[in-house]
Design a binder for this molecule. Structure first.
Ligand SMILES: [Zn+2]
Length: 237
């Protein structure tokens, strides 16, 4: 693996002081990232998530937003449900994610994909939010829908996981992929987003041309936007 080709800037604000760190970011050559966090471990896991997301972005011929602004927090005020992990604001491009400490606390009553919280799972949750940023940056459709956003975010999230975590999830959530795009609907997503995510991942894996599938998704062709959707007001999980 090649390292230190082009470092990005990880900006940490600790106790009012501004520290700058250069992370190992060989896979983030043209990206500037500002990470605000209280803990070095949180900066590290966010940087890892960025690298993984960038690799997936390149694999599918997508573009990464040239600048990211990520806050790591102990509580996400804007979201009412306690089982929400983070959010992406499409207006500002800002990403907010829970800290490792808060993630561990949340994991005593919330089990994403039915799993105990681990570092890999935590990292994947950050990838999910980063993928929303990727989706937003690459959408050709003027008004992308929630389902198209979530489809890409879940595919990236599950693809970012190590195989043992993927297998544990597929054992826990034993559902086939969507058989056709018309099955991808708001009701299924609203009833259980994790099941939606697993079905989306399997559907994506079955595609003969995955790059083409993402192109169609991002052009608004795979999942037509429902005119009743108003998800930006409610936020993205
Ligand atoms: Zn999401």
């Amino acid at each position: 693996m090649q390292h230190y080709i082009a470092p990005i800037l990880c900006l940490i604000i600790i106790l009012g002081q501004v520290l700058t760190l250069e992370a190992d970011t060989s896979t983030c050559p043209d990206i500037q990232v500002t990470i605000t966090a209280n803990d070095q471990d949180d900066v590290d896991i966010v940087c890892e998530a960025i690298q993984v997301t960038l690799q997936l972005t390149k694999r599918y011929d997508l573009e990464f937003a040239p600048r990211l602004d990520i806050d790591v927090v102990d509580r996400i005020k804007a979201l009412q449900s306690s089982n929400r992990f983070g959010e992406f604001d499409p207006v500002t491009g800002k990403i907010v994610v829970l800290s490792s400490r808060s993630c561990e606390k949340a994991a005593t009553e919330w089990f994403p994909f039915g799993q105990q919280m681990t570092r890999s799972l935590h990292r994947s949750l950050i990838v999910h939010e980063l993928a929303h940023s990727v989706a937003d940056w690459n959408f050709k459709s003027a008004e992308p829908g929630l389902l198209a956003h979530e489809y890409l975010a879940y595919v990236f999230q599950i693809a970012s996981m190590p195989s043992d975590l993927q297998n544990a999830i597929f054992q826990q959530i034993s559902v086939p992929g969507f058989q056709q795009a018309s099955e991808i609907n708001e009701i299924y997503y609203a009833l259980n987003p994790d099941y939606f995510g697993v079905k989306a991942y399997h559907h994506f894996q079955m595609a003969k041309d995955r790059k083409a599938l993402f192109r169609r998704l991002l052009a608004g062709e795979l999942i037509p936007r429902d005119s009743s959707e108003d998800f930006w007001i409610e936020g993205i999980d």
